[in-house]
Design a protein around this ligand. Structure first.
Ligand code: ARG
Length: 759
């Protein structure tokens, strides 16, 4: 630990202006002008804050969309072409794949727009505007306002503000809380519901390295896929696919740079980070480390092994379970890395030290003591209580809902309520009919990728662990049946459930939906199991946790407020919450551990070095091998003559940022963010500037995959490619001493539009 020099600390605090530093921070675009612009320009940004975020004129934000609520995509042509990650498009790609026509395996590039593939349910949200509504939400609320009144008032105002902003259903709008409920912002989006698949490389490129390389650098993955957003004749969004829709013309699309990156270059990432918990108190970190993560890892480990056994046996099943497997495996490895990292970096101890310092600061002053004096003990007490129920909640999520039959049963709930009446309202045959109708499509989709035999194994194993690991008095009633009638054997109980339940086959579910009755649903052993688990949770576990969480909400809000007050003028960036953010930094190598220094980029050479055609994760398709062996890189080669595949920056990102554009100082696309690195897996809980890196696909490799490997040059031609030639930074002295950049070639296929010029 560095010694604290109080005099130096004081002087520094007085001298530092209230500006944010780069590296850590997922900044709100609205505040970039005030908080970040100066620092960004110093780092190499040549744009103004208005060129990044402007409500009245086209700005970078108009080129960014949130894909399906879980990823980010960016417009790269004036015809709605949207670039994102392969792992973001994975589910869509898989849904269009069969063993006979395996787009996932072979890759796919639509030859014409009519070949693009519809994806019901998938949407893209593009931000119209955001607004600080803290004043409106918190008006009249004081520290004396009773907590319950505060919560109700705040929720009511959030709803009202959002409803007004929706403007008769024209927009999607919501108010999110920031800094633990100390600030509130309104977000207004256009939601485009007609999103078609344009292309993806073979899985061997898009997921090269598989789960082995996942969350790790150095990386050689071409993690990209492409969609096209469609709109109606007036360029307005439609709720879903609509005949006669046209490619959406975005207000702004990103020019694509062929220039490549050097260490120290400015980089920014614009996207929709999902969730970070950087203000999580030590007790929360400890619960994650000791309880939540080990449970998740154990249960996912079990599920993945069972799935894999069957996937390895049966190619059709491999395809059916590919997307589910990838999703579960992704966060399985994340939790492992997070726990390893927390131990290695002593994250809990660090937080404890921070809290001790905070407590001391609070105690120094009577007003602070009155406001914040009890905050840290309140937090610790709430977590002590939560720890008693946390396992139950983890096992409901990861064990019970880790089986597919339980998730299908859960989907029957609206139908069940309509058939039964919920105590207040009587049974409603019309509502039941509609609920049954609404289930048709999801049920068909569900069974397309379902194996009852596989699910039965998973059920026996996961429910067995649930029964074994969770405190006895918190178990659902159904486990008593397992004890009494099946001698405690979850395997025997699984045999009974899967033999008797109609939830195991599409034909049986369809037959039920054609003539649904309460008696049949209530008698179904699959549904009964779900009901027992769910009701136990809702009646016995949740109320206890909710009481504790309500107290925690208040304590957290005060904790964050105290922390910000203590450390002013440090500017904190808010935790990620699936709203549009900007992060900026530079291209930057790192030292992974003692004696291990990682370069900041990878090349195609590394693909061939990792190639192992006997290992599905490291197969290199024959065509790619041939092109790479012949060094056929075309204009996508770096100035060093090689093909760069990936690079790293110190941009602060997290899940949800996947697919985000990496943008250079001129506002041009240089890469696609797709992952984080193993050494910094604690990043969502605590940011380490020396270790945390953002892993990106080099945009030139992406273009190479489309053009050379995929033979789809027409798609590249749609983009605005910026090629400054071999020596872009060479300057010639102009009369009067001003510098003029060397010759710049800008190629664009768009009539009447020029690519953004250098500033
Ligand atoms: N770790 C990446 C993310 O969360 C996902 C990478 C997907 N690849 C995989 N092998 N599962 O964004």
């Amino acid at each position: 630990m560095f010694k604290f020099n109080w005099l130096k600390g004081l002087v520094l605090a007085l001298l530092l202006p209230a500006v944010a530093r780069a590296d850590e921070g997922m900044w709100l675009p609205l505040l970039v002008k005030r908080l970040n612009q100066a620092d960004m320009q110093k780092k190499g940004l040549r744009l103004t804050a208005e060129e990044i975020y402007d409500v009245n004129n086209a700005s970078l934000k108009d080129a960014i969309g949130q894909l399906g609520g879980f990823c980010t995509g960016e417009f790269v042509s004036g015809q709605g072409l949207l670039l994102t990650n392969h792992h973001c498009g994975y589910d869509a790609i898989q849904s269009h794949s069969t063993p006979q026509n395996n787009l996932l395996q072979n890759g796919f590039f639509a030859a014409t727009k009519t070949d693009e593939l519809k994806n019901p349910g998938l949407y893209v949200d593009v931000l119209v505007r955001m607004e600080d509504v803290t004043g409106k939400v918190l008006e009249g609320i004081t520290p004396q306002t009773p907590e319950a009144t505060r919560v109700a008032t705040v929720q009511q105002r959030q709803r009202e503000l959002a409803a007004a902003a929706k403007d008769n259903g024209q927009y999607v709008a919501y108010v999110r809380d920031f800094f633990g409920g100390n600030e509130y912002y309104l977000f207004v989006y256009q939601r485009f519901g007609d999103v078609r698949l344009v292309g993806a490389p073979p899985e061997a490129v898009g997921k090269f390295g598989g789960d082995t390389d996942n969350w790790m650098w150095p990386r050689h993955t071409g993690d990209f896929s492409m969609f096209r957003v469609y709109a109606d004749q007036n360029n307005k969004p439609t709720a879903g696919y609509q005949e006669g829709n046209q490619p959406y013309v975005p207000k702004k699309h990103l020019p694509v740079s062929l220039q490549g990156v050097s260490e120290g270059d400015f980089s920014m990432v614009f996207g929709f980070p999902g969730r970070t918990q950087r203000f999580l108190p030590a007790a929360g970190l400890q619960m994650t480390l000791e309880q939540s993560n080990p449970a998740r890892i154990k249960l996912r480990d079990t599920r993945l092994k069972l799935w894999k056994e069957d996937m390895d046996r049966d190619p059709a099943l491999r395809l059916q379970y590919a997307s589910k497997y990838a999703n579960i495996a992704n966060y399985w490895k994340y939790y492992i890395g997070q726990n390893e990292g927390m131990k290695r970096l002593k994250t809990v101890d660090q937080k404890k030290a921070e809290e001790a310092a905070l407590q001391q600061w609070i105690a120094q002053d009577a007003t602070r003591t009155e406001q914040y004096g009890k905050v840290l003990t309140d937090i610790d007490q709430a977590y002590a209580g939560l720890r008693e129920y946390n396992l139950s909640s983890q096992y409901v999520n990861e064990a019970a809902f880790g089986t597919e039959i339980i998730t299908l049963a859960a989907r029957m709930l609206p139908l069940y309520n309509a058939l039964k009446g919920d105590g207040k309202t009587p049974a409603d045959p019309a509502a039941a009919k509609k609920a049954a109708e609404d289930l048709r499509e999801p049920v068909a989709e569900y069974f397309k990728d379902y194996s009852a035999a596989t699910d039965k194994k998973v059920f026996a194993a996961l429910m067995g662990l649930y029964m074994q690991d969770v405190p006895k008095e918190q178990l659902p009633e159904v486990f008593q049946l397992v004890q009494k009638q099946y001698g405690g054997s979850m395997q025997k109980y699984a045999d009974y459930v899967f033999a008797g339940s109609f939830l195991t086959s599409k034909a049986k579910v369809d037959a039920f939906l054609a003539a649904p009755t309460l008696a049949k649903l209530e008698a179904d052993p699959g549904f009964k199991t779900y009901q027992s688990v769910y009701q136990n949770y809702v009646q016995n576990i949740l109320p206890k946790m909710q009481g504790l969480q309500a107290g925690l909400l208040r304590a957290n809000r005060l904790y964050v407020a105290a922390l910000r007050e203590k450390n002013a003028p440090k500017v904190y960036s808010p935790d990620a919450n699936s709203t549009l953010r900007l992060s900026y930094g530079t291209v930057r190598a790192y030292k992974g551990r003692d004696a291990v220094n990682y370069n900041y980029f990878t090349t195609a050479q590394g693909i061939l070095e990792k190639q192992d055609n006997s290992n599905p994760e490291f197969v290199v398709p024959a065509k790619e091998e041939q092109l790479l062996a012949g060094k056929d890189y075309g204009r996508y080669a770096d100035k060093d003559g090689t093909l760069h595949v990936g690079f790293i920056t110190d941009n602060d990102i997290t899940g949800g940022n996947s697919g985000s554009p990496v943008i250079n100082g001129r506002g041009e696309l240089i890469g696609l963010a797709f992952d984080g690195n193993w050494e910094a897996m604690t990043g969502d809980l605590a940011y380490d500037p020396e270790l945390k890196r953002c892993i990106n696909a080099d945009i030139r490799y992406v273009l190479w995959c489309i053009d050379k490997l995929g033979g789809a040059k027409h798609i590249v031609d749609e983009m605005t490619i910026v090629d400054r030639g071999p020596n872009p930074n060479a300057s010639v002295a102009a009369p009067g001493g001003a510098e003029v950049p060397a010759k710049m070639k800008v190629k664009t296929k768009q009539k009447g539009k020029e690519a953004a010029p250098a500033k």
